[in-house]
Design a protein around this ligand. Structure first.
Ligand SMILES: [Zn+2]
Length: 276
């Protein structure tokens, strides 16, 4: 991946947040490390828990809060949602560390504060404290989002396209009204402010300093991809994504009769129409 860690933050996305439920103790038996797939051995010195879904494997630290088999069921659903867009089969591997610090260590980054999960190579790493704060719908959206990064890759793409595409897949079957899922952006539009350009790295780098800007960056990117699917069909969106990985986004847009400027103008109209 072009960025080592792709991430989905929900600091200000109210649609997906719920008050944290008390963590329940793991209910699965602890398995000795030799029962793990070879790639996961040595992940933690102490024992780990393994939950298997129909298509997914969830590996959790023995102190990981929450139910790993619930996560395996959700990972199965996320895998089906991703496969419905990208083609399948998609076989999720989800890792649940014992803490945010351990998640950051696994992902090879300094901090993961405020992130619910990250895509790292071929796996999704859950950030336990923040993932636990999401409501059930939010958990499904986050898992499908990160799994999209894992399955589709992000190399050679502008951030609006790979984050917007991951949210397109994440929200596609979530049943959340667009004004709810894009609440922060909707408030801006109602106040008469439309984004002038597709969100770039600076907007996504806002993190803890400006969580509302970060939330809007995801929403803007999501609606750009949602516009492409609504207007030209989902197959065109997926084809554009694949083509942009191969030849760059400008040539990929051009071969579909678009340019970044034309897409931007039509995306702004779409944002206004969807959220005003
Ligand atoms: Zn992402």
């Amino acid at each position: 991946m072009s960025e080592r860690v792709s991430r989905r933050a929900f600091g200000a996305c109210l649609a997906l947040l719920a008050f944290a439920a008390p963590a329940s103790a793991p209910r699965l038996p602890e398995l000795p490390s030799p029962d793990l797939p070879p790639a996961l051995r040595g992940l933690w010195r102490e024992g780990v828990l393994v939950a298997r879904g129909a298509r997914s494997v969830v590996v959790g630290h023995h102190t990981a809060p929450g139910s790993l088999d619930d996560l395996a069921r959700r990972a199965d659903v996320a895998g089906l949602r991703v496969a419905a867009v990208l083609g399948g089969p998609v076989r999720p591997l989800v890792v649940v560390p014992g803490s945010t610090e351990e998640a950051a260590e696994l992902a090879g980054v300094a901090r993961l504060d405020g992130l619910a999960a990250v895509a790292d190579g071929g796996r999704v790493i859950v950030v336990p404290e923040f993932f636990a704060m999401l409501n059930p719908t939010g958990k499904d959206v986050v898992l499908a989002h990160e799994l999209t990064h894992v399955a589709a890759g992000t190399d050679h793409l502008p951030v609006w396209l790979y984050e917007g595409f991951a949210d397109y897949v994440g929200y596609r079957d979530a049943g959340i009204p667009v004004r709810t899922a894009a609440a922060e952006l909707a408030a801006e539009v109602r106040a008469g402010r439309l984004p002038s350009e597709l969100p770039g790295p600076a907007a996504f780098a806002a993190d803890g300093r400006d969580p509302e800007r970060l939330a809007r960056a995801y929403q803007e990117a999501w609606l750009a991809c949602r516009f492409l699917a609504d207007r030209f069909g989902e197959g065109t969106l997926v084809g554009l994504y694949r083509a942009a990985q191969a030849v760059g986004v400008d040539r990929a847009l051009h071969s579909r009769g678009l340019s970044t400027a034309a897409l931007t103008a039509r995306w702004r109209d779409y944002v206004r129409a969807q959220l005003a």
